[in-house]
Design a protein around this ligand. Structure first.
Ligand code: G1P
Length: 305
């Protein structure tokens, strides 16, 4: 059961208090070398749409009005991707790609884009801190494009519904197998209702045997603006980076934090196998391609590669 169902938030309902989103996209994409040498990994496609397109789509579906991208040098093609192009919009319209034509039209008329350069990769917490001047004093969303979440409900919408109930920071979490926990921030939860937790503690990339639960943080957050104050004082943690999880742990000393087990399926598209799985899943959700992909996979499984 999803957070959305619990609180009966229908797709039409505009919960409305989260207007800005931060999308960190400054990482080097080393797991996608050599492709990421010339193409930002965020522009690699989940089937036919770039990862960052999916992240922005989630923002659009949550009525976000302003998106702040944290990028690095060499990632200017992300700016180009979201630049207005009436020519391409017209082309998509003519080629029966109405869904994409209207996506870009909507972006053009409804969303304001800001870009902040992160000169050195000092971690996710540092990337979020760079958005401070654009956020001021309101709660905001953070979306990590590497985490692709597919499903009927938008994961971000589910988080917004929890934020509207508690007015606290809200983290997306999912059940992670023991052997993978050390890749995640992991929370110590107190269950309030099915799929909704109060967070009592958390640790970034715990060593084996030290995770406080199996609930790993996934790349969707609603953060209260006090996160900036604490991130300014957080010391480098795991991998020598300013970790968002460490900032959240400090935030926990002054505010409650909640977590939500979202309803969609999440793919870790930060690595080639995860991106491939996301692409297949997404491609198969399209009636036009479903049969061909299924038949090819079935045939491939029978043959020896
Ligand atoms: C980041 C966060 C981690 C979170 C993960 C989700 O880690 O630091 O807490 O669990 O995203 O994808 P990264 O994947 O950048 O190492």
């Amino acid at each position: 059961m999803s957070c959305m169902l619990l609180f009966d938030v229908t797709g039409d309902q505009r919960m409305g208090e989260i207007n800005k989103a931060v999308i960190p996209a400054a990482g080097m994409g080393t797991r996608f070398l050599p492709a990421s040498k010339a193409i930002p990994k965020e522009l690699l496609p989940v089937f036919d749409v770039p990862l960052i397109h999916k992240a922005v789509e989630e923002c659009v579906n949550s009525d976000i009005k302003e998106i702040i991208f944290i990028i690095s040098h060499g990632k200017d093609s992300i700016i180009q991707y979201f630049e207005n192009s009436l020519e391409y919009e017209k082309l998509m319209h003519e080629k029966n790609m109405e869904v994409y034509a209207s996506y870009f039209k909507k972006l053009r008329s409804e969303i304001s884009f800001k870009y902040v350069y992160q000169p050195v990769q000092l971690g996710l917490g540092h990337a979020v801190l760079l958005a401070k001047e654009h956020i001021n004093s309101e709660a905001f969303a953070v979306i990590l494009p590497d985490d692709v979440i597919l499903g009927k409900q938008s994961a971000l919408n589910e988080l917004v519904s929890i934020y509207n109930l508690f007015q606290t920071s809200v983290l997306a979490v999912e059940n992670v197998p023991n052997e993978k926990l050390s890749d995640y921030g992991v929370i110590k939860p107190y269950q309030i209702q099915k799929s909704i937790y109060e967070v009592y503690d958390m640790i970034e990339k715990p060593k084996i045997g030290f995770a406080p639960s199996n609930l790993g943080i996934v790349g969707r957050y609603i953060l209260t603006p006090e996160i900036f104050e604490v991130l300014e004082t957080v010391k480098p943690g795991v991998n020598g980076e300013i970790q968002l999880t460490d900032g959240l742990l400090s935030l926990l000393e002054i505010q409650k934090i909640h977590a939500c087990e979202f309803s969609g399926i999440r793919f870790d598209a930060g690595n080639p196998v995860g991106l491939l799985k996301a692409s297949i899943h997404y491609g198969m959700s399209d009636e036009k391609y479903k049969k061909e992909i299924r038949e090819w996979i079935q045939g491939t499984l029978k043959s020896e590669i």
